[in-house]
Design a protein around this ligand. Structure first.
Ligand SMILES: C[S@@+](CC[C@H](N)C(=O)[O-])C[C@H]1O[C@@H](n2cnc3c(N)ncnc32)[C@H](O)[C@@H]1O
Length: 280
């Protein structure tokens, strides 16, 4: 693990005792993304498209404090000055944060689990979070934390993968064995219901499909590994071994070949919200 440069305690923090990643599942997620700190940006074609589409939903301003929750290596940070006066970067992985901190653009780099944010209540004007929520086992807690840290009238944009993502890979694996090799993504309707159960927020939702194409299934697996996204929740690692197994998987995936290559679908839910005054 790399030591964090520039980790500073600003008054917005509740306390400095960040105990995240103590839970084994969180630790595995943090380690997997940490290993990808240097390969992530080169592999992040989906992540870049999605985050830029999401950022376009935020109002431009040079005012206020923004939080980038699950910031990864911070490739988006040079653009954030159009949306706030200053921003803080939060991530579970200290290595991802250290990579982001190389740019030195954030007011603070905070290692934390999104479900237990060490930020003061009503201290944030805007929150941005792209493709992090699908890694959180209790999205309702994360949404509750987002509501807690935002000021009245505060805005947020979140993107997350939902059911249907990597459906082709899942069905190719299903022809080989009964193990779960691909993360289960929450159905969009279920996530929307979870959101709507939280009062005091004006919600907006939009689902968009992002198909990506690969020359072969190995390229898809390599991309997931380069992103650090080759973890399956509750398991140690995407269990893939043996040449024969790979050949069978490749064969099963062939039915999803198009003129552009092997198709992998990603279903992204955009969740936008603004706090109304009633709870603050
Ligand atoms: C797919 S990357 C997205 C990074 C960046 N937002 C982007 O769009 O490129 C997901 C990031 O979320 C972080 N992450 C995963 N679970 C988290 C949690 N519970 N709390 C905070 N960050 C988390 C990971 O460490 C990783 O850096």
């Amino acid at each position: 693990m790399t030591a964090l440069p520039n980790l500073i305690n600003q008054p917005i923090f509740k306390d400095s005792a960040v105990t995240c990643a103590a839970e084994p599942a969180l630790k595995r997620i943090a380690q997997s993304f940490g290993k990808a700190r240097d390969s992530y940006i080169g592999a992040a074609r989906l992540q870049q498209k999605v985050a830029l589409d999401a950022l376009a939903l935020l109002a431009k301003t040079s005012q206020g404090h923004l939080v980038d929750l699950g910031c990864g290596p911070g490739w988006l940070h040079p653009k954030l000055s159009d949306y706030c006066q200053q921003f803080s970067a939060v991530d579970l992985s200290p290595d991802m944060l250290a990579k982001a901190a190389e740019l030195g653009l954030a007011k603070a780099y905070i290692q934390a689990d999104a479900a237990t944010l060490p930020l003061q209540s009503a201290s944030v004007d805007k929150l941005f979070s792209s493709l992090m929520l699908q890694w959180c086992k209790d999205p309702a807690s994360v949404l509750g934390q987002i509501k807690r840290v935002l000021k009245a009238k505060g805005q947020f944009v979140i993107t997350t993968l939902v059911d249907g993502s990597l459906a082709e890979l899942r069905s190719a694996f299903a022809t080989l064995d009964n193990n779960n090799h691909v993360n289960n993504f929450m159905p969009a309707e279920q996530l929307i219901q979870l959101c709507q159960a939280i009062s005091g927020i004006d919600w907006q939702f939009k689902q968009q499909s992002y198909p990506l194409y690969y020359p072969d299934v190995l390229s898809l697996a390599r991309e997931l590994k380069s992103l650090g996204a080759n973890q399956v929740q509750g398991k140690k690692r995407l269990g893939l071994t043996g040449k024969q197994y790979w050949q069978q998987l490749s064969q099963a995936y062939e039915q999803h070949r198009t003129s552009e290559g092997l198709k992998a679908s990603y279903q992204v839910l955009f969740i936008q919200g603004q706090l109304n005054d009633e709870d603050k």
